[in-house]
Structures are given as C-alpha cells and as structure tokens.
Design a protein around this ligand. Structure first.
Ligand SMILES: CC(=O)N[C@H](C=O)[C@@H](O)[C@H](O)[C@H](O)CO
Ligand SMILES: CC(=O)C(=O)O
Length: 335
C-alpha cells in the first residue's frame, strides 16, 4: 500500500507549494487536524465494557485506516448511555492504549448533570487525554448562547490544561442555537477553547464559524457524507464514525482536495454517499454502524446498549457486502 505523509495541513499550501507538517505547525498552531475517528465502545455480549478490544482497535485504526486521532465516548461511543464510572474506565483505557500510537485522544465529557461533566473533564486531564469535547445539555436546553457559554466555561474550567472543543450536534441535542453564535467570544471566556466539532448540516452556520474563528482553532466537520463541501468552506479536520472503516479512503479524498483535484475528491465523496444511501434503506444508526464495524474490522465490538437495539446481522452483512463492492481496494495510509 502506498504511504503518504500529507494531511489536511497540505491544504493551506495550495498556492505556496509543499510545506512540511512541522513548518506548518509553526505557522498555524492548530493542534487537531485531519481525520478523527469517533470510536465505538466495545461491549461483551452481556453488555458490559470489554476493554480488551481497545488495544487492537487502536492498532486497526492506525495501521489499517491511517487514522491517528480519536474522539471517544461521543455519539458513536454511546457515551450518554454509559455510567460515569464506565466512561472513566473507557477514557483511561483509550488514553493508555493510544499512547505513542495516536496523536490525539479527545474525550467527550458532556452529561446532563454539570457535576458529572466536570468530574469527567477533570478525570480526562488526569489520565492524559489530549482534549475534551462537550455537547449542549439536551433535557433542560440552554435557551440562549450566553447560557450555553456559561455552562461550557464551567465544564472547561475543570480541565484547565486541556484543549476544549465545543461539540455541535443539533439533531441529537435538540438545541436550536447556532454554533457560530455559541462560539462567538468563547475564546475570551474559555482560555482553552480550541475549536468546534460541527456535526450539523447547516453549512452557512459552519461557514460563519470559519469566518469568525481564530486562526489557531480547529474546525472539525462531522457529517462525513458531505465533508467535501465543508472542506471548501475551510474545515481543517473531520470527526466522524465513518473514519473507523473508511479512513484510508477519506485520506485519499483529503489528498485529492489538497491537490485541487475536485473531480477525484467528488468521486470518493459520492462513493461514500452511495454506501450511506444503501445503508439508509436498512435504517442506518449507531447499532447497525457498530455491527458493520465489527464485520469490516474483525474486532468484536458487541451489541449496542439500550435504548439502541441490535440490528439484524444480515442487515450489517448486506452493507458490508456493498462496502466491498464499492471499495474493493484499501485507500491511502498516512505515516
Ligand atoms: C449522528 C452521528 O452519529 N453523526 C456522526 C458524527 O457526528 C457522523 O459521523 C455520522 O455517523 C456519519 O456522518 C454518518 O451519517
Ligand atoms: C460521530 C461523532 O463525532 C461522535 O460519535 O460523537
């Protein structure tokens, strides 16, 4: 398999020619760029944590997918369905197993109780995470951007040394606040504010986050099937579930975009869309996605947890078959 060294950093070099990642780092101190896989949480068939899968999972992502960043205990990881204690144990194991292998482990610490979130944020700091992400509370929803900013500030203050990412996922939190409003002035309020993980389809709102964000902030897009559009708007990274098994192909998409090959980038993005359009007919959700990842990677990730219900195995098998049909060859790996 061909190895490439470029990543999102090359995108800013379209006019200036190749620049090494180290040089880029000194110019644009964005800590988190490139692909970030939102990991599934491995469970036993009885529904308990199966931490033994985490080491092999890290190796699968780095060696087979060329993915060197992870976002754990988020939507894909069913973080909101795990107990605080379970979230601590998984976060700790991911940090331990990723050490020396991954560039960034971002731990999602959003909860309904701010005390739990602060507890998890502090814990993430003590176990050596590289950053924390937080969603808006979804039961009592903050009514104003100000209220949400106050909440985020207090959670971030529990991990004063860790980069803080606001995780915008309106379809699941039910929040109707624009991410660009929430992020306005967040840097002044939260010294560790490092960027936004934008899992929404409102590209104008995303564009406004880019337009009014600081140069050193990560603009991470989270709707994998339309990443190319966000790249055009200035995304410098991507967090999503599809990078678990399509990382190497998305690396190719990033390369194509960086080289100005929009036709090539579009072909890859449309292939991903074809797979998702097929999977949608089976009701693609985290449960099906998790089974699909088990099938494609050979890792035993186990069932989802209630209220999610396991998908019928033949559904995931049909999607896996379609995956192999659309992507018969592996994509590109980063060094
Ligand atoms: C709702 C959800 O899970 N969103 C993920 C990230 O935020 C995405 O990575 C999607 O899983 C992916 O784009 C497929 O729709
Ligand atoms: C997909 C994503 O970003 C998450 O699992 O939180």
């Amino acid at each position: 398999m061909k190895r490439i060294t470029s990543n999102f950093d090359t995108m800013s070099t379209l006019q200036t020619g190749p620049v090494s990642p180290t040089e880029m780092a000194s110019r644009l101190p964005v800590k988190l760029t490139g692909l970030v896989a939102a990991t599934f949480t491995p469970l036993t068939s009885e529904g308990e944590l199966d931490l033994s899968v985490i080491g092999p999972y890290v190796d699968y992502l780095t060696k087979r997918q060329g993915v060197r960043n992870i976002f754990v205990n988020g939507t894909t990881g069913e973080g909101m369905s795990l107990s605080v204690e379970e979230r601590k144990r998984t976060a700790e194991e991911w940090c331990l197993r990723a050490r020396g292998k991954m560039d960034n482990v971002i731990v999602h610490v959003g909860c309904l109780s701010i005390k739990d979130s602060k507890d998890l944020a502090h814990h993430a700091e003590t176990v050596g995470a590289d950053g924390i992400g937080v969603i808006s509370p979804s039961f009592f929803k903050p009514k104003t951007a100000d209220a949400l900013r106050s909440y985020l500030k207090e959670v971030a203050s529990a991990a004063p040394t860790l980069p803080f990412y606001y995780y915008h996922i309106p379809a699941l939190t039910g929040s109707n606040l624009l991410a660009s409003d929430v992020c306005k002035g967040l840097g002044a309020l939260i010294p560790t504010f490092s960027g936004v993980k934008f899992s929404g389809t409102d590209l104008m709102d995303f564009g406004q986050c880019v337009r009014h964000g600081q140069a050193d902030q990560a603009l991470l897009y989270g709707v994998d099937e339309q990443l190319l559009a966000a790249l055009a708007f200035g995304a410098n990274g991507a967090v999503g579930s599809l990078y678990n098994y399509l990382g190497s192909h998305f690396n190719k998409l990033l390369m194509a975009f960086a080289q100005g090959d929009l036709v090539g980038a579009r072909a890859l993005q449309f292939s991903v869309q074809d797979l998702l359009a097929f999977a949608s007919k089976y009701g693609f959700d985290v449960a099906l996605n998790k089974q699909l990842m088990s099938d494609l990677s050979g890792l035993s990730l186990g069932p989802p947890r209630l209220p999610l219900v396991p998908c019928r195995p033949e559904m995931a098998a049909a999607v896996a078959q379609k995956y192999h049909q659309i992507f018969p060859e592996p994509g590109e790996l980063l060094e």
